[in-house]
Design a protein around this ligand. Structure first.
Ligand SMILES: C[S@@+](CC[C@H](N)C(=O)[O-])C[C@H]1O[C@@H](n2cnc3c(N)ncnc32)[C@H](O)[C@@H]1O
Length: 212
């Protein structure tokens, strides 16, 4: 998601220390304690934050960490939801390539990848959030019952991801090539997802577990 530069973004993010975590390393192994939860969710590439905000209200006992690398997008997401932010919601405005420094082994229960950038060019596959390099890190950070939930509109990215997950020892627990064909009140619709639903396009979704 690209957005025009917003000069207010940095000062605004800095003015929200209870939601925007500037130094995520300091909470490694302490996230559940900080957020007062026993189940920790992390969404990488949270965009304008609709999923983060809606899910946090649907599951108020869980902790919700949004990671969004784009400063303008991250600031927009916090501003958009400023009146509904909960103490269980925090945001990290940094690139998830450093995620292994922010969480300790087994700390994350559910990792969400919603409409991740597909990086279609052959030479760019390492940047995909479901590339083996990321999956190896996720495996270490996920708890014993941990899972990765992925949604996308992009068949190519979905196919690539299925191969990468199976190659890295994940177990496929659920899969749909038209997730919204049936009602799923348990799962919030993201901004991108709504756009594709409006175009009548199918949503691909899968859940991979570390162990069955
Ligand atoms: C296509 S948008 C999807 C936004 C939202 N998840 C949705 O479904 O509407 C992908 C978002 O992921 C962010 N992103 C991509 N790679 C990232 C990374 N390595 N770390 C953090 N954010 C990332 C982008 O900045 C962008 O805002």
């Amino acid at each position: 998601m690209r957005m025009r530069n917003k000069p207010w973004a940095s000062p605004f993010l800095e003015s929200m220390p209870s939601t925007v975590i500037q130094n995520p390393k300091q909470y490694a192994s302490l996230w559940k304690q900080k957020l007062g939860c026993t189940i920790l969710h992390v969404e990488i590439g949270s965009g304008k934050g609709d999923y983060w905000n809606t899910m946090a209200h649907m599951y108020p006992d869980h902790g919700w960490v949004a990671i969004e690398k784009d400063r303008n997008v991250a600031a927009t997401s916090v501003k958009k939801h400023i009146n509904t932010l909960l103490p269980t919601m925090v945001l990290i405005n940094q690139d998830a390539k450093d995620i292994s420094e922010w969480f300790t082994e087994g700390e994350i229960d559910v990792l969400h990848l919603n409409f991740s950038d597909p990086w279609p060019k052959r030479g760019h596959s390492k940047r995909r959030l479901s590339h083996s390099d990321f999956l190896k890190v996720y495996l270490r950070l996920l708890s014993f019952t941990g899972q990765v939930v992925m949604k996308t509109d992009n068949a190519g990215l979905f196919e690539f991801s299925c191969e990468e997950f199976s190659r890295n020892g994940f177990i496929l627990a659920q899969m749909s090539v038209d997730f919204r064909r049936t009602d799923h009140p348990e799962d919030a619709i993201t901004e991108y997802e709504q756009r594709f639903l409006d175009l009548n396009q199918p949503i691909y979704r899968a859940i991979w577990r570390k162990y069955l």
